[in-house]
Design a binder for this molecule. Structure first.
Ligand code: PAF
Length: 291
């Protein structure tokens, strides 16, 4: 595995590989890797001849009062995990090399960036689209791998790729969870044991919603009401930033689940930690003649 710090070197490596007929997969991360990242890395590894992983805590996607400075970092461990997972190019740019003095241009992500996470974190998605476009321009991968855990990020990046005619394909991979259901996130490291136990209440509440859908309820108000009640009881959140049932593509709220299904999305605060999660809900297919 090559550790690459200069964007120009990464681009040269990737171009050379592609000129000799190889395909390139790319997993962008902010480091402090966990099994969710490793699932993306393994998938990318299995589908491409060459694999690039970036580790860059992107200051542009953090608000002034957010956790940029204390965001967990462990580059030595990240290097080891990527080497063991068969990564070819480990990209570790410095802030000044991606955003040198005089850097001005950013990518405006469109109206989806103003909903949900965008309301709580103004400017966040502009930071994401800007860094992802920069990384795509350096790696020029065939496929970009993102996790379903950040479904709004994935949909916004898919929109950018479509709207700006980028040739990269975006693959969204399922959320990886702990045995008790907690979605893996680098920010879980902030939780005390008691807070972590409460955090698992979020997925338990969402799964109650899924059970209700499986029993035949498709009305968003009924589903959300049960999930909200369970969430308050099980997670005792200090705040619920949002809880909604949304269209799987546009992420706009829906009143009723149809055959296309929808995402149940939530963001809560437990202590000082903000947690997001989502679950895809789909009404069961009823066979002809069944009631
Ligand atoms: O999901 C993340 O870790 C980040 O938002 C990403 C895609 C690496 C961009 O900084």
């Amino acid at each position: 595995m090559r550790i690459v710090t200069r964007g120009a070197d990464l681009r040269a490596l990737s171009r050379r590989a592609r000129q000799s007929g190889m395909t390139v997969g790319f997993v962008p991360t902010m480091g402090y890797l966990h099994d969710g990242h490793l699932a993306l890395i393994r998938r990318a590894r299995s589908e491409h001849h060459r694999l690039a992983v970036s580790v860059f805590v992107n200051p542009l996607q953090f608000g002034p009062k957010e956790d940029f400075a204390r965001y967990p970092r462990d580059e030595v461990r990240d290097v080891r995990l990527c080497r063991d997972a068969g990564c070819d190019w480990f990209f570790l740019p410095r802030v000044r090399s991606l955003y040198p003095p005089g850097f001005r241009t950013t990518v405006a992500p469109g109206p989806l960036a103003d909903l949900w996470e965008g309301t709580a974190r103004p400017g966040h998605f502009r930071g994401v689209t800007t860094v992802v476009l920069k990384l795509l321009n350096l790696v020029e991968p065939d496929t970009l791998y993102l996790g379903q855990k950040d479904i709004q990020q994935a949909r916004i990046v898919q929109g950018m790729v479509r709207d700006l005619d980028l040739s990269t394909r975006v693959t969204v991979c399922p959320t990886v969870r702990e045995r008790d259901g907690l979605a893996l996130s680098s920010r879980n490291a902030y939780l005390s044991p008691a807070e972590r136990a409460r955090a698992t209440g979020m997925i338990r509440a969402m799964r109650e919603g899924r059970a209700l859908v499986r029993s035949g309820t498709h009305d968003a108000r009924a589903i959300l009401s049960l999930v909200r009640q369970t969430l308050r009881r099980e997670a005792r959140p200090d705040a619920v930033d949002y809880l909604a049932l949304v269209d799987p593509t546009t992420l706009e709220p829906i009143n009723r689940l149809d055959r296309a299904g929808g995402f149940l999305i939530a963001a809560i605060r437990i202590g000082k930690t903000r947690l997001i999660d989502n679950l895809f809900l789909k009404p069961p297919v009823r066979r002809a003649g069944s009631q």
